[in-house]
Design a protein around this ligand. Structure first.
Ligand code: 5GP
Ligand code: MN
Length: 353
């Protein structure tokens, strides 16, 4: 397997880990499969090195991730502010996974990271991420936007440090076995590629998958646990979106679905229910760009998807102060749903060629 991470950087990160007793791993707000997979896999590895490692997530994980090994040990910051802040203050090292700028860690942790960065005697930070435009938040930045998931990057990082680590089947005294680590990595790889539908043309990806399966990953079960766990309301919401709400702009190969909070309420909307809806219009022949937006408590949340060599992240970045990858991006809009739709209609022709 190619060593994509600069070996000097791996060595520097290794030294920091070596020197640190207490390590906090942070991932992004509204954590997805890759956020949970990459952070929990990293925690498992650090425990193998007898470190005190703690995952902190800004807010709760969705129900469809409640089964991931180790997930219940992740501290939900929003619900445990005091304990979370104490852990951050006491850490000798912070590792952030699956995000590249402070605001993606939510207001409170984001502010803590920025304040830490400004200190002369700060806690060192290692970033392991695959988004474009990494900020200078970290002391060691492992940023590979060409890597489909942060979980794969965590695997590669550890593999570069110790190519034989994955052959060990030893259980750590915490009970975290290689099987659990592998399930975390696999879940992140699976979810960030839509079950290997996109960003999944690198043959090495399947070498890693094979390795993870040899360590005991049941990939069919992972699929089932993540993708086949919806409640009835969510399925009816999908029907409503496709039948009643989807607008197609054929000239530019664009689809748009916009939902108000009243509509969401009708379907007993819960966190995670919007997952995957934005991808569906891309199943239509000659639809290459898709946007899904919905009213949230104080803002509009937007998801964008595109196909192949048609970037969508510039649209999310320029118009909705968001960002992301070439084919999968998102943003937030502080205003009415009507205005968010209006902005979309005013701009899509420019960004969707
Ligand atoms: P999703 O549509 O699954 O919520 O997000 C797709 C991708 O867009 C994420 O992996 C993340 O990279 C990016 N993303 C989503 N929301 C935001 C946002 O509010 N700001 C930025 N910068 N990126 C986002
Ligand atoms: Mn990711």
């Amino acid at each position: 397997m190619k060593q994509i991470i600069d070996s000097q950087i791996v060595e520097q990160a290794d030294q920091l880990i070596q020197q640190s007793e207490r390590i906090v791993i942070i991932t992004h707000i509204s954590p997805d499969g890759d956020a949970m997979g990459s952070s929990l896999a990293m925690k498992w590895y650090l425990q193998q090195r007898d470190k005190q490692a703690q995952v902190i997530i800004p807010n709760a994980y969705p129900d469809f991730l409640a089964w991931i090994p180790g997930v219940t040990d992740a501290l939900i910051y929003e619900k445990n502010v005091e304990q979370g802040t104490a852990l951050l203050e006491q850490a000798n090292l912070i590792i952030i996974t699956d995000f590249q700028e402070a605001k993606r860690a939510g207001d409170a942790i984001g502010a803590w990271l920025l304040a830490n960065q400004a200190k002369e005697e700060r806690t060192p930070v290692i970033m392991i991420d695959h988004h474009l435009h990494p900020s200078d938040l970290a002391d060691i930045t492992i940023s590979h936007p060409e890597c489909p998931s942060a979980s794969e990057l965590v695997y590669r990082f550890i593999h570069q440090l110790d190519p034989s680590f994955h052959q060990s089947t030893n259980s750590h005294e915490s009970g975290a076995s290689i099987h659990q680590f592998s399930t975390c990595v696999y879940t992140g790889m699976m979810t960030d590629t839509g079950n290997f539908q996109y960003n999944s043309n690198n043959p090495e990806m399947y070498e890693i998958v094979a390795d993870l399966m040899r360590a005991g990953v049941d990939k069919d079960e992972c699929y089932n646990k993540v993708f086949n766990q919806f409640h009835t309301g969510r399925m009816r919401l999908v029907g409503y979106c496709l039948y009643r709400k989807m607008r197609i702009f054929p000239k530019k190969h664009v689809a748009l679905i916009a939902l108000s909070s009243e509509e969401l309420k009708q379907f007993n909307f819960q966190s995670g229910d919007a997952e995957g809806i934005v991808n569906m219009p891309l199943q239509i022949s000659k639809v290459y760009y898709s946007c899904f937006m919905r009213e949230d408590t104080d803002k509009i949340k937007l998801s964008f998807r595109s196909q192949g060599d048609r970037p969508i992240n510039h649209f999310a970045h320029d118009i909705y102060n968001g960002g992301g990858h070439k084919n999968a991006a998102g943003g937030e809009f502080y205003g009415s749903l009507k205005d968010a739709v209006r902005l979309f209609l005013e701009n899509y022709e420019k960004y969707c060629e």
